[in-house]
Design a protein around this ligand. Structure first.
Ligand SMILES: Nc1ncnc2c1ncn2[C@@H]1O[C@H](COP(=O)(O)OP(=O)(O)OP(=O)(O)O)[C@@H](O)[C@H]1O
Ligand SMILES: [Mg+2]
Length: 278
């Protein structure tokens, strides 16, 4: 684990936007919750979209990320979602406020690092964080604490070009510190299309360059976009992306050695956990 935390923190990130971070983070959170883990999904993107993916309305109340400069109590900001994971929503902000918040976090990473350290001390929690695309202050504050950074790439030429850097742990820049953080990254290739030459070629390159650091592959499946429109998740292991997402959640659990991973499944439904005692 990254720090001395009892709790795993999984940070979803990507060099470019629109690749499926929020979709994958939401399904990972929901599927881990469904497997019996006590999951907090943390939205650090001012798009404030994780709530939608977890089955809430865009105008549902609640804000955590947007209130970081006020040092909000994270337990009080938790919102229940229909999928069993609890959410720390970003909150609705206009673009000017989003810029101010990013600047505040850049100046003072502790605004995020401090509540994160508190969360990481709560036994039995699993933290799943969604970040804005590219480098930024939220990711910079998360990186030293994250046990696993999940880099989401597409099966396209742009992603293929990044594979050598990732394979050599150079994707976060130069120096030992960046290399150490980069070692804790794994890749998920999203929107892979069977039978499409480029897609299959990039998948093969990723398999060769990354080996076990290619944590998962999710096929391109319109059912994902349709499910989002219906405020539904593909959590029934539906063939296609549903199955791939289930396998990704299992790979995350195994990689982080979560209880029950790789062996007997946990039997307690999420409802049996006493959230009140955190
Ligand atoms: N495997 C997939 N198959 C089909 N559509 C997908 C898949 N993954 C994601 N999408 C769709 O791609 C779009 C972008 O997904 P998403 O919002 O999760 O990306 P993102 O990386 O979080 O974007 P941003 O960088 O803006 O935060 C959404 O419409 C989503 O439904
Ligand atoms: Mg997103």
């Amino acid at each position: 684990m990254a720090g001395l935390s009892a709790v795993p923190l999984i940070a979803f990130a990507s060099p470019k936007g629109g690749v499926g971070k929020t979709t994958l983070a939401a399904h990972a959170a929901a599927l881990l919750a469904r497997a019996g883990h006590r999951v907090v999904a943390l939205d650090l993107d001012p798009q404030n979209a994780l709530r939608l993916h977890l089955g809430l309305d865009l105008d549902a109340p609640g804000a955590f990320g947007a209130r970081l400069p006020e040092r909000p109590a994270w337990r009080e900001a938790l919102v229940e979602t229909p999928c069993g994971a609890r959410l720390l929503p970003f909150g609705a902000v206009d673009p000017a406020r989003a810029m101010e918040l990013a600047q505040a976090l850049w100046r003072e990473p502790a605004l995020l690092a401090e509540p994160l350290r508190e969360m990481l001390a709560v036994p039995g929690l699993v933290l799943v964080a969604d970040t804005p695309p590219g480098p930024g202050p939220a990711l910079a504050a998360l990186q030293p604490l994250a046990d696993l950074q999940v880099l989401v790439l597409l099966a396209d030429a742009g992603s293929a070009a990044m594979l050598p850097q990732i394979a050599q742990n150079r994707q976060l820049g130069r120096g030992t510190l960046a290399a150490r953080a980069a070692e804790r990254a794994a890749v998920v290739l999203n929107q892979v299309e069977n039978g499409v030459t480029l897609s299959e070629a990039v998948l093969e390159m990723a398999e060769q360059a990354l080996g076990p650091r290619l944590l998962g592959v999710v096929c391109r499946d319109e059912a994902l976009a349709e499910a989002l429109a219906d405020r539904r998740m593909l959590i029934e292991g539906e063939p296609g992306a549903g199955e791939d997402l289930q396998l990704l959640a299992e790979a995350l659990a195994k990689r982080l050695r979560l209880p029950g991973a790789g062996g007997r499944a946990r039997v307690e439904p999420p409802g049996l956990f006493d959230w009140g005692r955190m």
